[in-house]
Design a protein around this ligand. Sequence first.
Ligand code: 3PG
Length: 307
Amino acid sequence: MTKVLIATDKPFAPAAVNAIREVVEGAGYELALLESYTDKAELIAAVADVDGMIIRSDKATREVLEAAKNLKVIVRAGAGYDNIDLEACTEKGIVAMNTPGQNSNAVAELALGMMVFLARKGYNGKAGVELRGKNIGIHAYGNVGKHVANIAKGFGMTVYAFDPFVAKEAIEADGVKAVDTVEELYSTCHYVSLHIPANDKTKKSINYDLLNKMPEGGILVNTARKEVIDEEGMLKLMADRNDFAYISDIAPDCKDEFAAKYEGRFFFTPKKMGAQTAEANINAGIAGANQIVNLIEKGDETFRVNK
Ligand code: 3PG
């Protein structure tokens, strides 16, 4: 019998697991569940006989993929697929997919939520500041960036965006000011919200020089990936500019230094929470399950991300 595994170190909401089960069992397949595992060996054992697999930020390394002898398709229920070894997938004839857009509203809501939290000093009773009237720059105008732009407009913020892969006209059609360079985005905006993927071109690209272009009171909001930040440059900036703050859904490796020196100038979630809503889990989970069934039954490769 065709077998599909949900392998989630950070479990989906139970309603999402039920929804995935309906799709998978409705296709006549068996569903297996591996949640909250603590050891890579558990994942390696669980993949041994599966045909399809749904993961989140779980690491689908070459070792894991080689242990999955029957695997035909792996779906990252979410946007970023930097956790999948795509080369190994291609070599083994495994189709790798993501589910773009399915969890993006949840991530965008968290970005704005964290901004309010820091602006109001963690709700400590002291006077904070408002978001209204501030400039926000959307760094990469994809699914999440668009939602952030929309919500930010509701707060009365002025929204700018930079995305070399999206036509300026398309950005401006949404009532967002498109800028020509990444430097212009950072020098114009009090807040910059990051939505770039982590890849060879973007890793460590958010560096001291770029961040130092932000105006007085600049705040970087990261719901993307910690790897895109040059942490050495970030720490230098925190030391050089006591007006600068960093908000992130993915705590940096140097988080202890923030805790020791920069109270009130940062906020990090304890665990990546952006996509952690019932709605996002259900949307991404059902999409992933349907994509697996459609690939196996009809060879439908929509949302394939490896060559
Ligand atoms: C994504 O790339 O979709 C988000 O980073 C969500 O990741 P998660 O599924 O691990 O919460």
